[in-house]
Design a protein. Structure first.
Length: 452
């Protein structure tokens, strides 16, 4: 006899059903159930015969789920109830003993923790693959000059190797954030029951050891209510996707005819339905668009969790919608980014031409005046007026006569004119982390060591 006298409204059954989303948790649910039943038998709560019958049934259920023959029913509310229902059909009434000393609340929390741990590990590996791709590209294009930009205006030249290495350090921080996620799923939720613990002398640490947890959640209320580890994953994924969006944005710009710095491989581009000449950087554009999608999942889960009273509330069912899509989206974005970087063809002459704009030397000339004792603001003003004269006359700085330069300042002598040679702009940036080649080589070595 049920607690309820009336059947569920079909629309309630639909909104309450999560099977379409949480079906992918089945491997974790099977593993958890095996560990749980082993512990119950070890503690004398379940007989060894019942344990063996449950395990045989779980083997059969797993085989059906793996080969796609599992008979889902319309009234299966979620993957956990579907597995228990099918286990009982196969093993008989003993299947109902599996749920002894656990609740769906701690069961679901454990499955999701196992999923997040695996997703974090895989994400770290994919970040490392992208780091390796960018490192290889940086090393292959170590001394290729191109303009560095602020406000998307040419600012100072850098080497392409130096520019690409900037993404390596972003990805290294992403790697560390995702590794942190792994530390946040170290405590086993199972054994907390619905919220207050269970009425059996269980051995939670035995289950924790089998499932790879380093300890058990110390508070049963927190164990079933905690979804911080999902927030941690979504936060790390959001920042990583944002970094990928910046890489995507630069590849879009650089592959345009206006820049012409790179040609993306055909495998990562598409054509136009009407303009046969087009080669569109769609994968790079999608890196931009996918980032706010992942950030949206982070924001949405904060919305689900905020002001939620302890312990379990049905709101928590929505956690998996945001988690699963973020995991899948980040996986695709990291793969696309690595593929584009590895197959990109950079155009040295075009970048060098853009980096040879003499106005880029303005800061170097101002710094020379400072080295001679002039206050920086005064030097800045002198060079700014010189640049204005260049722009208004339509002449390069190197086309000014010696007398014209000295007319702006007695300090604008032949040494200052020598700074208009492009190599001096790059190799003068000798500060740690700068774009001078010795410093870039230091970065490369450090990054290789980190990745190793």
């Amino acid at each position: 006899m049920s607690r309820f006298a009336e059947p569920q409204d079909p629309d309630f059954a639909s909104i309450n059903r999560s099977l379409d989303v949480d079906q992918r948790l089945w491997p974790y649910d099977i593993a958890q159930s095996r560990a749980h039943s082993r512990m119950l038998a070890a503690q004398g709560i379940l007989s060894n015969e019942d344990r063996d019958a449950i395990h045989a049934g779980l083997d059969a259920v797993e085989a059906e789920l793996r080969d796609g023959s599992f008979p889902f029913r319309e009234d299966d509310e979620d993957i956990h109830m579907a597995i228990e229902r099918r286990l009982t059909e196969i093993a008989g009434p003993v299947g109902g003993r599996l749920h002894t000393a656990r609740s769906r609340n701690d069961q679901v929390a454990t499955d999701v923790a196992l999923f997040v741990r695996e997703a974090a590990i895989e994400s770290v590996e994919r970040v490392e693959e992208l780091m390796a791709a960018v490192l290889d590209a940086a090393e292959a294009h170590l001394d290729w000059p191109l303009p560095g930009y602020t406000h998307l205006q040419r600012a100072q030249p850098v080497y392409l190797g130096h520019h690409l290495l900037a993404y390596v350090w972003m990805l290294q921080r992403d790697r560390e954030r995702l590794q942190f996620v792994g530390t946040q799923v170290r405590d086993l939720p199972l054994g907390a029951g619905a919220l207050a613990g269970v009425n059996f002398d269980t051995d939670r640490r035995m289950v924790a050891d089998e499932l790879g947890f380093s300890g058990v959640a110390p508070n049963s209320l927190d164990a079933v209510a905690n979804r911080d580890f999902i927030l941690d994953f979504l936060a790390a994924a959001s920042t990583c996707a944002t970094h990928l969006s910046r890489l995507g944005a630069e590849l879009v710009l650089w592959s345009s005819e206006e820049f012409g710095f790179v040609v993306l491989a055909d495998a990562w581009t598409s054509g136009s339905s009407i303009m046969p000449q087009k080669k569109n950087p769609d994968a790079a554009e999608l890196l931009r668009a996918k980032a706010p999608r992942i950030v949206g999942h982070l924001s949405a889960l904060h919305g689900v969790l905020h002001a939620l009273p302890l312990t379990y509330n049905k709101d928590l069912q929505e956690d998996k919608v945001h988690l699963f899509d973020a995991v899948d989206t980040l996986r695709l974005c990291l793969a696309a980014a690595a593929g584009m970087v590895r197959s990109a063809s950079f155009k040295r002459d075009r970048m060098a031409q853009a980096a040879s704009d003499e106005l880029i030397a303005a800061t170097d000339i101002a710094d020379l005046l400072v080295k001679r004792g002039m206050p920086f603001r005064e030097a800045h003003g002198i060079v700014a007026r010189l640049v204005r004269a260049s722009v208004e006359s339509g002449r390069k700085l190197s086309e000014f006569t010696r007398e014209e330069l000295l007319g702006h300042s007695a300090e604008l002598d032949d040494e200052a004119r020598g700074l208009l040679v492009q190599e001096s702009w790059l190799e003068s940036k000798i500060s740690e982390g700068g774009t001078a080649l010795p410093r870039v080589r230091e970065q490369l070595a450090r990054a290789r060591a980190l990745l190793a």
